[in-house]
Design a protein around this ligand. Structure first.
Ligand code: SAM
Length: 244
């Protein structure tokens, strides 16, 4: 069926590409991509070769009308370099204009670093706010943090290794020293999720900025600390001691 297909792709582990995503990509008339080298690798992995066209922040306004026109009779797929398109990635205007033109818009959901990190951190997930990347300049960042300080929800942020420690300190200052988690290299070889108070995490990463891709999760104002392995052991010991 012609239209726009929003296709999520792996955030590290190629095994996370869904069968449906592979099917849509291998049948697309054109795939709108952020970086054709990255998507070429993915297409090689699934053993297909489809035409690609660049769609990124710098050319989106110019190429969007052409893509919209094609959706009437062709399968146009949108991917980003990793994860779910539109999530801190280009695409929402393409969806907006596709809908306005009356074309079918179909989602092929899959990996998203924000959601994956939420599942790792052991912090409340009933209400969360996706913050994306904070501004990198100190003043603008402090302002952005002040804006969300009153929100009673877990916060999800994308950040880079070199800026992580400064970002965690700014969060501690603006939000209070909340429980948080740093999820790194999710689905990759060195996946880890380190949890603790914001100030403790800021200190931990101050001297050695972590390598790789990072999601920061910050608990709501009143979140209890995630149970540590020690707590579990203590509870078990106590329970065993009470056995007849
Ligand atoms: N659209 C993507 C998604 O659905 O997650 C996000 C794109 S955004 C431009 C890239 C940022 O996502 C990275 O800087 C990092 O903060 C986060 N990210 C992407 N892959 C990740 C991974 N495997 N582990 C941790 N964070 C990741």
């Amino acid at each position: 069926v012609p239209g726009l297909y929003i296709v999520a792709t792996p955030i590290g582990n190629l095994g996370d590409l869904s069968a449906r995503a592979a099917h849509v990509l291998s049948h697309a008339d054109v795939i709108a991509v952020e970086d054709s080298r990255v998507t070429a690798g993915l297409l090689r992995h699934i053993g297909t070769k489809r035409p690609m066209t660049p769609y990124h922040d710098h050319n989106a306004d110019a190429v969007r009308p052409g893509l919209i026109a094609r959706m009437g009779s062709e399968v146009v797929a949108l991917v980003s370099d990793a994860g779910t398109p539109l999530i801190s990635d280009p695409g929402y205007k393409l969806v907006r204009d596709a809908r306005a033109a009356g074309h079918a818009v179909v989602t092929v959901p899959g990996p998203c670093a924000a959601v994956a990190a939420l599942t790792l951190a052991g912090l409340p997930t009933d209400r969360f706010l996706f913050v994306g990347f904070l501004p990198s300049k100190q003043h603008a960042r402090a302002e952005a943090i002040a804006e969300i300080a009153g929100i009673r929800a877990t916060l999800v942020l994308y950040e880079s290794g070199p800026r992580l420690s400064a970002c965690l300190s700014a969060l501690a200052e603006g939000l209070g020293d909340r429980e948080a988690g740093v999820a790194r290299e999710i689905t990759k070889k060195f996946e880890e999720c380190v949890t603790g108070r914001l100030s403790v995490l800021a200190t931990r990463y101050a001297d050695t900025p972590p390598k790789g891709e990072i999601v920061v999760i910050v608990g709501p104002p009143d979140a209890p600390p995630p149970a540590s392995a020690d707590d579990g052991d203590a509870a078990l010991t106590e329970a065993l001691a009470r056995l007849p």
